[in-house]
Design a protein around this ligand. Structure first.
Ligand SMILES: Nc1nc2c(c(=O)[nH]1)N[C@H]1C(S)=C(S)[C@@H](COP(=O)(O)O)O[C@H]1N2
Ligand SMILES: [Mo]
Length: 329
């Protein structure tokens, strides 16, 4: 597997790849995904594509009339000083143009070019399952009702790239306190949107277990670090970062931080999740960042910052053990 060289077509947006030619079935997909994973992870260290990623003009991007409304600055945003990343914040244009969002494409530098049809507003978020107050919120009503703050967190993708970004949003605990889970609630299940008409990855790769889902234990969901992010870099969430609302669990690998959530359900049993369903031996349910537990296809000892390319040793719990290690004793 590790000797497979990433075909150039994997760098193209997936909509240019015929499903028949690449995804014969799930096994084939996993094989190809494995190759892509290696290629991408390899690119972190070897390929000039990593260092020479073409930068576009952020000002032009922000001026794009279609996107403009998504970038409204948030007034009176206060940074929570309890969380410091110990590294400089990553360049916004890097974070905006290097994303994992398989609903659109598996090409990280292609997501931002494919989100134009995606309309994050109006948007409803449903809270369901074992709660005293199930609800369907219109997203902006929820944002107005919540204690919005800014938090600078480290982010660590399982593929070894990392970044530091200022999220804005509210602690998940504030929402949990509002809806009041009953004693039956043991886990929280998160569901992302399903709309193959606007998400080419869902259309082309229809055999994947869409919609993207994730899960936490109730205790993890109530941890003070667990954040529902409705924006980034001082403004409203752009599509590529998971507009209008996405989860952020900074001590876990990035795939746990599900984007564009439509439903949060409080359930009794451990929910199935997208990546765990596809490749259970590679992507566990818990998925805490741990340098001593290698991915089956690569070491997790180091990570590389997007933008600067700096390499750091991976930290257990991504450096957030002080807040979360007691969850796992
Ligand atoms: N719905 C959805 N959420 C998702 C993903 C995805 O493909 N679909 N990718 C995950 C992965 S692997 C990572 S690393 C982060 C990336 O977040 P970013 O693009 O905002 O940096 O989103 C996570 N959330
Ligand atoms: Mo990731």
């Amino acid at each position: 597997m590790s000797s497979i060289i990433l075909p150039p077509k994997w760098r193209a947006p997936e909509r240019q790849i015929t499903p028949e030619s690449v995804y014969h079935n799930r096994r084939e997909f996993l094989k190809v995904l494995g190759a892509a994973g290696m290629g991408i992870a390899g690119a972190c260290y070897a390929s000039p594509a990593w260092s020479a990623t073409r930068l576009f003009d952020l000002d032009d991007f922000l001026e794009d009339p279609h996107l403009k409304t998504d970038f409204k600055k948030i007034d009176n945003l206060k940074r929570n000083a309890a969380y410091t990343a110990g590294r400089p914040v990553s360049e916004e244009e890097k974070a905006l143009t290097y994303n994992n969002f398989y609903e659109f494409t598996s090409a990280k530098d292609g997501v931002w070019k494919l989100v134009e049809q995606f309309k994050p507003r109006p948007w409803k978020l449903e809270i369901a399952g074992h709660v005293e107050h199930p609800a369907v919120y219109e997203i902006d009503d929820l944002i107005r009702a919540m204690p919005i703050e800014e938090r600078v967190y480290r982010h660590r993708c399982v593929e070894r790239w990392a970044m530091v970004v200022p999220w804005n949003g509210f602690p998940m605990k504030a929402l949990i306190d509002k809806v009041r889970p009953t004693h039956k609630a043991k886990y929280v299940r998160f569901v992302s949107f399903l709309d193959p008409e606007v998400a080419p990855g869902q259309k082309n790769n229809f055999q994947l277990p869409w919609p993207y889902t994730e899960g936490l234990t109730l205790a993890e969901a109530m941890n003070e670090l667990t954040f529902l992010s409705t924006g980034i870099y001082g403004h409203i969430q752009p599509a590529q970062h998971g507009a209008p609302i996405r989860l952020v669990t900074p001590w876990k690998y990035g795939y746990k931080s599900i984007k564009s959530i439509v439903k949060i359900e409080f359930v009794e049993t451990r929910p199935r999740t997208f990546w765990n369903t596809l490749a259970p031996h590679e992507y566990g349910f818990v998925s805490n960042v741990d340098p001593d537990v290698p991915h089956p296809r690569w070491s997790q000892k180091f990570e590389k910052m997007i933008g600067t390319g700096e390499v750091f040793p991976t930290q257990k719990f991504n450096g957030y053990g002080e807040w979360v290690s007691s969850l796992y004793t």
